[in-house]
Design a protein around this ligand. Structure first.
Ligand code: PHE
Ligand code: ZN
Ligand code: ZN
Ligand code: ZN
Length: 301
């Protein structure tokens, strides 16, 4: 599986590792050859001279689904495929993109109760444009299809070099009502599902603001329960977190956040492995039953 961070433009910037339109494209390229979300096999780095241009571009969301399982109970899983223009965008968000691709591949070998739809969003870095388009377009033109989405799971930055195992605070327990009060019912159950998984493998998990600062924003805006994982960006790791997760207190989770050094070396393979395993476990759980999110009170079996 070859993953390319396609910069701001999923269509013209990069096709099979070759650059289109040299001198116009501002998209740095790094290819990751990747297996099962955990093992880096090799890497190929291509330097591109960035040129500041202002132009209108078309961007794309890439969508794929199991096509089997209950379509009226669709589980959506997403990660943004674009990167900030300042760098190659490997931790942000080659990690999430690769992680969900590995899950999609594995999912192809199983039969799920619910339809599972994967989204690789475009233009997140320009203001959640791809996810907003998807959600608001359905809201306007196909509200029944929006109703069919039981929940949304988001993976943005899941391999930070000085990582924390953060779960979005969907129940408002950690960050207060100003941030989390708007979270749709069901988001708390999703948060609990992630903590439960981490507990089951003996790994400590923490919480991060459910602020809307990634592609789940438009989903919670229209009332769809959501959740996801995050390993930290420009924020600084505390002593307490270093005790829980390891790594270095007093240092940023990702000191290369949105810079040129967010390149092939800027990933904790250990962290990415732990987080993608958690992602896979929770995606599979909801692929089999969304009862806790639907408030039907039935335990996961
Ligand atoms: N959405 C941010 C980005 O892609 C990542 C992020 C999310 C950073 C939440 C901080 C808090 O750059
Ligand atoms: Zn970013
Ligand atoms: Zn991101
Ligand atoms: Zn919480």
């Amino acid at each position: 599986v070859l993953i390319f961070n396609t910069g701001l433009d999923g269509s013209e910037g990069v096709v099979n590792g070759t650059l289109g339109e040299p001198g116009v494209t501002t998209l740095p390229v790094v290819g990751l050859s990747y297996r099962a979300g955990v093992e880096l096999l090799d890497a190929q780095e291509v330097s591109v001279t960035a040129e500041t241009v202002s132009e209108t571009r078309t961007t794309y969301n890439v969508l794929a689904e199991t096509g089997t399982g209950d379509p009226a109970n669709t589980v959506m899983v997403g990660a943004h495929l674009d990167g900030a223009p300042e760098g190659p965008g490997i931790n942000d968000n080659g990690t999430g993109s690769a992680g969900i691709l590995a899950i999609a591949e594995a999912m192809a070998k199983t039969k799920t109760e619910n339809n599972v739809r994967f989204a690789w969003w475009g233009a997140e870095e320009l203001g959640l444009l791809g996810a907003e388009h998807y959600v608001y377009d359905l809201a306007e033109n196909d509200p029944a299809a929006l109703e069919d989405i039981a929940l949304y799971l988001n993976f943005d930055m899941i391999g930070s070099p000085n990582y924390g195992r953060f779960v979005y605070d969907g129940d408002g327990s950690a960050f207060g009502p100003d941030v989390s009060a708007e979270a749709p019912e069901g988001s708390g159950a999703i948060e609990a599902a992630f903590h439960e998984y981490f507990g089951s493998v003996g790994l400590a998990s923490g919480e991060t603001e459910f602020s809307g600062r990634s592609d789940y924003g438009p989903f919670i805006e229209v009332g769809i329960p959501a959740g996801g994982l995050f390993t930290g960006a420009e924020g600084v790791k505390t002593e307490e977190q270093a005790a829980l997760f390891g790594g270095e207190a007093g240092q940023a989770y990702d000191s290369c956040y949105h810079t040129a050094c967010d390149s092939i070396g800027n990933v904790s393979v250990q962290g990415l492995g732990e987080m993608s395993d958690a992602a896979a476990a929770v995606v599979l759980r909801y692929a089999m039953s969304t009862h806790d999110v639907n408030g039907e009170g039935e335990p996961y079996r």
